[in-house]
Design a protein. Structure first.
Length: 259
């Protein structure tokens, strides 16, 4: 039987000829997202605060066969986000995908949390995502995709006191809906979010076992996610395969938010 173009659904997951920006790409999830997007065919711009970490990610992207541009960036500075997009446009002439992954966390009882600590989390996780999205949307063409990396803790309660983190991640979900409403019809830019559960990263390996057990007690699948399981969701939302999805948050949390 001859395979027709309409049957080649896997082709819709390919990102050949596209350019992706990934923030917080120096390590962990962000570095994995950069490699996954490259595997799907995209060239990648990696952004973050530490050039040496970004270069390691870039080397791994290059090893896949994709081009990679390193741009040290502090997403809390709108001018840095503008410079990031300018650098991408100068190097590649286009920006088609943004993965807003830069983020920090802070654990503290709400009655004792210092204002500067709360503000720093909001500044990176929520405002930084907005500045990056704003800068990219100015140059993105119809068919582009923005993916905000929220968290299951934007959807469900945490066993740890981390009001700033939870507020920032819930805020990202609201931001996703609003930017989708503003840009999808007028600019043709889809804006979605993912809400990962706990993932096998360095951060998890440093977590006390009893704390992780408490989190997993509310997870029907009873385990943390692999990096590749989160990568797949990002590639899906970046690609034409999700062409009729916008303004949505996809929970990749082993069922925790639906439990």
């Amino acid at each position: 039987m001859t395979r027709t173009a309409s049957e080649a659904v896997l082709d819709r997951f390919r990102l050949t000829g596209r350019v992706a920006i990934v923030t917080g790409a120096g390590r962990g999830l962000g570095a994995g997202f950069a490699r996954a997007l490259a595997e799907a065919g995209a060239d990648v711009v990696v952004a973050g605060r530490r050039r040496e970490n970004l270069q390691q990610t870039a080397d791994s992207v290059n090893a896949i066969g994709a081009a990679c541009l390193v741009v040290p960036t502090d997403v809390t500075r709108p001018q840095d986000c503008t410079a990031l997009v300018d650098a991408a446009m100068h190097e590649f002439g286009q920006v088609d995908i943004l993965v807003n992954n830069a983020g920090i966390s802070h654990v503290a009882p709400a009655t004792g949390e210092r204002p500067q600590d709360f503000r720093s989390v909001i500044d990176v996780n929520l405002l930084g995502a907005y500045w990056a999205a704003q800068s990219c949307a100015r140059v993105m063409a119809t068919g582009s995709s923005i993916i905000n990396v929220s968290s299951m803790l934007g959807l469900v309660k945490s066993v740890l006191p981390q009001a700033a983190y939870a507020a920032s991640k819930a805020g990202l979900i609201g931001l996703t809906r609003d930017l989708s409403n503003q840009w999808c019809g007028r600019k043709g830019i889809r804006v979605n979010a993912i809400a990962p559960g706990f993932v096998e990263t360095d951060m998890i390996s440093e977590m006390p076992p009893d704390t992780l057990e408490k989190f997993l007690a509310g997870c029907p699948m009873g385990r943390v996610a692999t990096q590749r399981e989160i990568d797949a969701a990002v590639v899906f939302l970046a690609s034409p395969a999700s062409g009729y999805i916008t303004g949505s948050t996809i929970a990749v949390d082993g069922g925790t938010s639906g439990h």
